[in-house]
Write a protein that binds this ligand. Sequence first.
Ligand SMILES: Nc1ncnc2c1ncn2[C@@H]1O[C@H](COP(=O)(O)OP(=O)(O)OP(=O)(O)O)[C@@H](O)[C@H]1O
Ligand SMILES: [Mg+2]
Length: 505
Amino acid sequence: MVMVLEKITKSFPGVRALSDASITLAKGEIHALMGENGAGKSTLIKIITGVHKQDAGSMMLDGQEISLAGPREAIRLGITAVHQERNLIPRFSVAENILLEQLPTRNGLVDFARANAEARVHLKKIGLDIDPATEVRHLSVAQMQMVEIAKALSHEAKVLLLDEPTASLTGDETETLFKLVRQLKEHGTAILFVSHKLEEVLSLCDRVTVLRDGETTLKGEPMAGMTRHTLIEAMIGRAERLAPARSGRPDAGQPKMEVRDLSTSAGHRNIGFKLNRGEILGLYGLVGAGRTELARALLGKDKITGGDILIDGKPARIRSVEDAIKRHRIGYVSEDRKYEGVILAHPIRSNIAVTIWSRIANRLGLLGAKDETEAALPLSKQLEIRAPSLEQLVGNLSGGNQQKVSLAKWLAANVDILIVDEPTVGIDIKAKAYIHELINDLADKGMSILLISSDMPEMVALADRILVMHEFAIRFEYHNDRRYENASRAIMSAIHAGKEPVAAE
Ligand SMILES: Nc1ncnc2c1ncn2[C@@H]1O[C@H](COP(=O)(O)OP(=O)(O)OP(=O)(O)O)[C@@H](O)[C@H]1O
Ligand SMILES: [Mg+2]
């Protein structure tokens, strides 16, 4: 075994993140680490990479007990990681970020030409076609994730830890990554892989360890012969429950929102669609198809250069996100939750209550912690946000629990139109079913929902109609019969069809 961790315990104030957790990593294997949001996966990875120090338990590398002084020492020993939270520096270029600890210099200065050339090699490996001189802040979330992966792969690693590396990636990018991971495995790297996407884990990994509440419930079992059912039971302690299909139907009357012949500075052309009351309209497409950018334009964040947006049949000018919420009652759950979704330095309570501030404040004239708690508590219970209390700072929550907070805030907001971008990325299987149910409920109550998701099963389960975007245009409209095979075949062939766009109805 390359790495052996035994009986690792780690506590944070008010939380025991790991208790007696154990895992072994062999040379040339891909080992899955699974568990619900808050189970302790990232904490374990942070201990292996020297970010945190365990309270008790031992860690061995190549048969030697080690105690890491910090992340740099881990890298020196051949341990590298793609962490779940993004660690890129937004104002640095892609090349600077990839080569951060190893930038080439000439006469004491950074040699940018060489850095860009080296970075290009790493980018090419993962099939990412971007200019290494681009500042990271201009990239999409998926591109940032790919850059993080390129960065980790730029080190010759003995142990590679991947904490939800595919969270924001769609099929094609994921396949490229898996090919690379399999190559590294052939070369003898020990790989630890964290993902909430069960199908991925089943197809990629050789062994699996499952954590539940910080304890090991499956310990390095072979993946062959493992069923979805066994894995889920190990994770949540009971069988899976699927969200029931929704009962309501979209209203066929006056559309809630209509977009006509819209073009934007981001590059959209001739975008047209209707969003009905009580409808869940899906927007599907590969990374870079222009879905998030379309949401941004609808919210007044990107410039509209032509066409119209109508709300309740009347032309609407939406100038900003604030304008969208206050005047048009449009909410937006951003894909970029780290920067836009939640305020990490504030407690869960005020994060969830933030969108209802004006409502509560109007009623009472002022706003106290008690009102916020009252508003936030039911949702945090329903989504099982795992924290010692609502006073916990969001920055201290596990990745998935941060996602739940940013969603809960919008579910509490009571808007007419809700744009949700990748609602269940990084969310465990149990909470995912709750979120699907909540989205269905909101639509049943008459809310109009524009759902952006790269998760095909999610799209097929939730959407009434699916618009397929490709290269900033709508290529195809699918009336969803909720039969997965039909839907995925029609959608994928629309994306991969020739260059001629297929007109939407
Ligand atoms: N710095 C911290 N301060 C306080 N509590 C923390 C801190 N880091 C993690 N925790 C807590 O430790 C527990 C385990 O968190 P961890 O991030 O390891 O979960 P995870 O399994 O990675 O979940 P997810 O699937 O949501 O990413 C959670 O309850 C979390 O809130
Ligand atoms: Mg995590």
